[in-house]
Design a protein around this ligand. Structure first.
Ligand SMILES: [Zn+2]
Length: 159
């Protein structure tokens, strides 16, 4: 996709996405740049990447705009990266649990592999749930939910 189209879509939708995910109090900074997956192969492009700073409720999301096909693809990747933010308690646990693992060791590689698998499988399930939301995408004129909206509000009628 064209970088300006991606920037435009994010500017128009990211606040609504964060609010719908309970992340209204988070500050997310978006970057638009080429990304290479960790395996580093020549065609091994990565579509998005999320870095989370749990202590400050801040995240940085990078989107590989040139690899995104269209708006629906962009939305899927933006939702995926924001869902990473919703799983921040797991990241904090990981940081604590891996303190005694030596960087670059076999145990470090094992932990990395296990983390990637567990987190991405969890996200896959969350993405499927997200796609079943009756109120997404919202009407263009729909108000952005207030951050203080009650978390125990009644579920939608078909839930
Ligand atoms: Zn991911």
């Amino acid at each position: 996709m064209d970088e300006s189209k991606v920037r435009e879509w994010i500017a128009a939708n990211e606040e609504k996405l964060r609010a719908a995910m309970g992340l209204a109090h988070w500050k997310v900074t978006w970057f638009f740049e080429p990304l290479t997956a960790r395996t580093g192969g020549p065609d091994d492009a990565c579509l998005g990447r999320c870095e989370i700073l749990p202590d400050y409720d801040r995240a940085i999301i990078r989107l590989n705009f040139a690899e995104l096909e269209d708006e629906s693809h962009l939305e899927r990747i933006a939702v995926h990266e924001l869902l990473h933010v919703t799983l921040v308690p797991m990241q904090v646990y990981r940081e604590w649990a891996s303190q005694t693992i030596e960087g670059g060791s076999a145990a470090d590689h094992q932990e990395d592999r296990l983390w990637d698998y567990l987190i991405e499988q969890t996200l896959l399930c969350l993405e499927r749930l997200w796609r079943r939301r009756p109120d997404w995408p919202p009407r263009p004129d729909a108000p952005i939910p207030a951050p203080e909206a009650p978390v125990d509000a009644a579920p939608p009628a078909d839930a």
